[in-house]
Ligand binder design. Structure first.
Ligand SMILES: [Zn+2]
Length: 203
């Protein structure tokens, strides 16, 4: 097994020390305790499945970064990626096994795509990680709808401290703010703020 797994990050620049990135910053203990258990045989299959997704997406992205996946007993960030301390261009994707067991295949694809978005950021200056940028890259691989679905799950686990639209806005950033702020609103409607999603539900 990998001796680096679970060790803290060191020897990287300050930006790289922020190397743990995630779908959710905090998983409440109560949320984690109700998640289902994945037995060892299915864990091997799950790992194989995730490896397949990584290969598919890396090929699509034309990325040469080597990403190894580990299903771990507990990851407070649910899913996170970090660079290897020993090998440049190598990254570890660690996924909480309970969280993984709750995901449909579409959501697994979205989760992997999001984390590969972070790998992309790791390999492209100025290496500034953000959820919106990771999701921008992930949207090259999966639909926005898939990404929203998995964030809805994370939101449920996260205690729903903020309304879902606000939570999603923080993860995806403003939707086309330049468009929202430049198109004049129809008469009688309030002006767009630039921080609203443009879509069928937007009034
Ligand atoms: Zn993330």
């Amino acid at each position: 097994m990998n001796s680096e797994l679970g060790s803290p990050i060191s020897g990287h620049s300050p930006s790289l020390k922020k190397a743990y990135f995630c779908l959710a910053l905090v998983l409440l203990a109560s949320g984690g305790s109700v998640l289902a258990f994945v037995n060892p045989p299915s864990r091997a299959l799950e790992t194989q499945n995730l490896r397949g997704l990584i290969r598919e997406f890396q090929t699509h992205l034309g990325s040469y970064a080597r990403v190894s996946v580990f299903i771990v007993k507990k990851n407070d960030r649910l899913a996170s990626v970090r660079p290897s301390k020993k090998n440049s261009n190598a990254y570890f994707l660690e996924v909480d096994e309970g969280f993984l067991s709750t995901l449909a295949q579409e959501e697994r694809r979205a989760m992997v795509a999001h984390e590969l978005g972070h790998v992309w950021i790791f390999t492209h200056p100025p290496f500034l990680h953000s959820e919106p940028l990771a999701n921008q890259k992930a949207a090259l691989l999966v639909s926005q709808e898939s990404l929203r679905k998995i964030y809805s799950r994370v939101w449920q686990l996260d205690g729903q401290s903020t309304p879902l639209p606000e939570f999603l806005r923080a993860k995806f950033g403003p939707a086309e703010p330049s468009v929202a702020s430049t198109i004049p609103p129809p008469s009688g409607e309030p002006p767009a703020t630039g921080l609203v999603f443009l879509g069928p539900d937007h009034n």
